[in-house]
Design a protein around this ligand. Sequence first.
Ligand SMILES: [Ca+2]
Ligand SMILES: [Ca+2]
Ligand SMILES: [Ca+2]
Ligand SMILES: [Ca+2]
Ligand SMILES: [Zn+2]
Length: 628
Amino acid sequence: MRKLHWVGTITLAVLVASSSLALQGQAQPATPTSATPKPAQPAKAGATTQPAKPAATSLGVTTDKITVPLRFDHYYTYEQVGEALRALHATYPQLTTIDVVGKSEEGRDIWAMTVNNPKTGAALDKPGVYVDGNIHGNEIQAGEVCLSLLNRLLTTYGQNEQMTKAVDRNAFYVIPSVNVDGRYHFFSDPNDPSSNRSFRIPKDDDHDGLIDEDPADDLDGDGNICTMRRKDPFGQYKTDPEDPRLMVRIKPGEKGEWTILGEEGIDNDGDGRVNEDGEGYVDGNRNWGINWAPPYVQAGSGDYPFEASGLRAIAKYLVDRPNIIVVFAFHNNGGMYLRGPSTKAEEPMNPADIGVYDIMGKNAEKIVPGYRYLVSWKDLYPTYGDFTDFTYNTVGAYSFVGELFVTETESYRPPPKPGAPAAPPPADVMDMMGGNNDRERERLKFNDYVTQGDLYRPWKAFKHPQFGEIEIGGWVKMSSRLPHPFMLTDLVHRNASAVLFAAAQTPSVTLDVLAPERVDADLYKVRVRVVNAGSIPSFTYNAIQRKIHPQDTLVVSGAGVKVIAGGKVSGMPIETVAYKPYRPEVQFLQVPGNGKIEFEFLVSGKGELTVAYQSLKAGKATKTVALQ
Ligand SMILES: [Ca+2]
Ligand SMILES: [Ca+2]
Ligand SMILES: [Ca+2]
Ligand SMILES: [Ca+2]
Ligand SMILES: [Zn+2]
């Protein structure tokens, strides 16, 4: 680890060189430690290929001017996300603000849009709903879900009753793209559907003293990183008899036909391995300052928590908005709404909070067909330094990860025979190395007859400088985890609806002061009832348990009055008052979801008596009565 550390300290010195290096796909001597003579560089096919043209190679990218209402039949590049936010703000200046939360490693702005109606109160006095997407650079449709939410809140405000209520009652904080460098490069550079996920913090993945020296290479210059294969009578694969684009593993005794050479590329640094050290790798969803673990426990966690400048900026943004009580972070893929905890060690989660999560999670399953509501560590896999753990335990917000897209929606299947039970879906095996190609065959048919060939590149011969005669082909970068543009409208609308459902559950607190009852000359009994019409409590049970932030307060005051005693009322049907021994005029409380909490005060004096409720998350309310 010490050696690694030392390499880390010189990383800064070569940062400029290495970031341009990643773009060129060329290795250069990066550090004094690479004094060891390097093997002769092979001829660079990458150097002779043309740079990719994003408009031509990114499916679903438009060059049209972005107009309001926003359209969701195409994807938004990084620049177009900014254009869309500015267009929304120009159309609805009273309801929106745009903030630059921070800058990325490559100096791009990270934008947040706030939607709030100032006529109904300040944003900080309303239950906050925070939504972001695209913390993983390749998971771009998460950004479109955010834009879709903003678009609907604003364009239907004043027309649709639910949306009008949402804008008037809540503050929405939306960051469509967290990993802005990742979004930019996913569109502009050759990629595969899963590459370009990391923050642009150069790392020496293979510990050879060179940084990001051997990325995948777009050998045929089509803007995609596809797969390479070579004809080989001793290979482990033969052509799939049902679809010659696929290969199947040979059985014992069969003759081989193909060797799969992995992702498109060459051995840039001549170390005998191909594409072993690409851009990054710091994973944005492993780098948060909570329950963080070093890379030997959690791959991609970075050298220290909040290493990514964008995450530091967003953490500050969140802490500055303590009214946030619901968080959604959108990713792809798999069709899941995940709640924490992200590791087993954080169990058990407070059972009362699980009840609140269930309201939103179980409804999300119904709002988005095929999506499942699951627990992160248990149903998927454990992650350290996770964003939603940060927001649940630090911000005090009910927090979901939305994993967008289900490959099963790309279906090409006959209807079940009348009366027969529906045919079982093909085995969910996505990769051709797995041996079962049923799902791949179906996806190819979907590609052929529903997208007319947009998603897949047929195999084509290529002369590889190191492997000789090979073929390049396979799924394009805008496939596999992203809906084809014709399916995007449905995906963004339904998932934004899951957020809107959650927003409608946020606390809605009102205050009643029941008629004061005179018990003696100048002595009154005052009953205060605090009611929450939302199904989310005024703050999380976890926040009570772990003392994350101050509780709500109820303060009784008045110029001519003095609070003699006061406390929480409990017990049914016979009530008791738990009198608070010190400063009874200030009470602490949490208002449960769809519930109430009552207090009783003994007050002496005459004149006006004001009862003020204040909450970090649920706003404030005041009532004044006269004692006479
Ligand atoms: Ca390296
Ligand atoms: Ca290519
Ligand atoms: Ca290499
Ligand atoms: Ca390479
Ligand atoms: Zn992700």
